[in-house]
Design a protein around this ligand. Structure first.
Ligand SMILES: *Cc1c(COP(=O)(O)O)cnc(C)c1O
Length: 425
């Protein structure tokens, strides 16, 4: 029996001592009602909320969980280093080893810098591009997420127009709009930022077209600007190299985070030779950026990335889920839009402008032990099994029947109030 009394009581206490009860992407405010806010443990592909309800977790911590929560080998490396020394007066030699490994795996990269969060890495990319070119303007895709610093946070409260000065936007995969943005930058272009795939919230996901990716490369070369691919979310989930190795385009800088240490806190900026000096001459640091234990975990994660079939596995599991969900939807009279690579799926309903079908379906899944997300891309991890996918499909079938029996539903009120409901889908 699914219950949520502990979650409710924690939420009430949180209201008193945490602004808004919770903030950022960890707030469940915009998820279907009753989504748990607090969790007590996680293991492999599973997650237990504060009330002890168990879920197959298709959010994977919003990306960090690639090989399974609490992976034994990765955590053993982490714990052993933690006991030897973690946050010290200087880095351990593991920093050099991790830099050697990542630059040998990622074909565009000749050097690495480490930090804590994805935002640290994207912000360093911005600074290095401006330092390299001595120019100001960056060209970015509209709606792409690059972190929560004043220059890029999606909600403008607390930022000034100056924080976002010298930014010009284009439409992902639209070569003409990219060219127009670069033209507008004139002789002031420092960088083009690109997400490895279009993985924006609330809308269909898209792979980059080779024409778009190649044109971005050419435009940077013509202007002497740097091409930045933000691989914080998708990195090593689509390839054992930069995600744009899939389209044969090498960026100058790439930002990494989330999965690179399977949940231990570390992120990275990788760069090409030509940007080395620009990287060496910005001031960048953080109290925890040089901690050794997450580096030990990252080294173990890199080994698993090189030596296991995790990539083919997560792709095959994702395909199995996608195909089964389409069949279950059809059986129940629904049609889904499943977009993005199968291992990073986004699942929406056709004919669901108010997202009410999606919310009802996700809520029914959640109450039956499957944690899906109605408008953010999800993640397949290598700890999932075919049995997990097949169980998910059975539960999904039941959840489709719940939505079908509910009949027409009003648009999701909390999204309507916030003006979030997309009218172009
Ligand atoms: C999560 C994310 C970031 C920011 O990473 P944080 O660790 O949350 O600072 C940047 N870019 C992309 C594409 C992300 O998904």
């Amino acid at each position: 029996m699914w219950t949520n009394s502990e979650d409710k009581s924690l939420r009430e206490r949180a209201e008193a001592v945490i602004p808004g009860g919770m903030y950022g992407h960890q707030s469940v405010r915009l998820l279907p009602d009753d989504y748990p806010q607090f969790f007590e443990r996680a293991s492999g592909a599973y997650l237990w909320d504060a009330d002890g309800n168990k879920y197959i977790d298709y959010m994977c911590g919003y990306g960090p969980n690639l090989f399974g929560y609490g992976h034994e080998g990765i955590d053993a490396a982490y714990i052993a280093q933690l006991k030897k020394g973690d946050t010290m007066t200087g880095p351990s030699g593991l920093m050099v080893e991790l830099a050697e490994q990542m630059t040998s795996m990622v074909s565009h990269a000749d050097w690495a810098m480490f930090c804590k969060n994805g935002t640290d890495a994207t912000t360093m990319a911005l600074m290095i591009a401006r330092n390299f070119t001595r120019k100001k303007t960056i060209v970015l895709a509209k709606g792409a997420y690059h972190g929560a610093a004043p220059w890029c946070t999606p909600l403008k409260n607390g930022t000034t127009p100056n924080d976002r000065a010298n930014q010009i936007f284009y439409t992902y995969n639209d070569v003409e709009s990219l060219e127009a943005a670069v033209k507008e930058a004139g002789d002031d272009l420092a960088a083009i930022f690109a997400a490895p795939i279009k993985h924006d919230t609330f809308i269909d996901q898209e792979d980059p077209t080779p024409e778009y990716a190649r044109r971005a490369r050419e435009l940077c070369d013509e202007a002497g600007a740097l091409l930045v691919v933000d691989d914080v979310r998708a990195g090593f989930r689509l390839a054992r190299d930069s995600s744009w190795s899939r389209v044969g385009v090498k960026p100058d800088l790439s930002s990494w985070g989330k999965a690179i240490a399977n949940g231990h806190p570390i992120s990275a900026l990788l760069g090409a030779e030509k940007a080395r000096n620009a990287g060496a001459t910005i001031y960048a640091t953080g109290s925890y950026w040089f901690s050794a234990a997450p580096m030990a975990a990252a080294i173990e994660t890199m080994k698993l990335i090189r030596e296991t079939d995790y990539l083919e596995r997560t792709q095959a599991l994702g395909q199995r889920l996608r195909k089964g969900l389409d069949e279950a939807a059809n059986r129940n009279g629904f049609a889904l839009r499943q977009t993005g690579p199968a291992e990073l799926p986004l699942i929406m309903f056709n004919d669901d402008p108010g997202l009410s079908k999606g919310y009802a379906w996700n809520q029914a899944l959640m109450k039956r032990g499957v944690y899906f997300h109605p408008w953010h891309n999800m993640f397949i991890c290598a700890a999932m099994t075919e049995a997990d996918i097949d169980h998910t499909l059975d539960v999904a079938d039941e959840a489709f029947r719940v939505v079908r029996d509910a009949g027409p539903l009003p648009p999701v009120e909390k999204l309507a109030i916030l003006g979030i409901l997309a009218d172009d889908n």
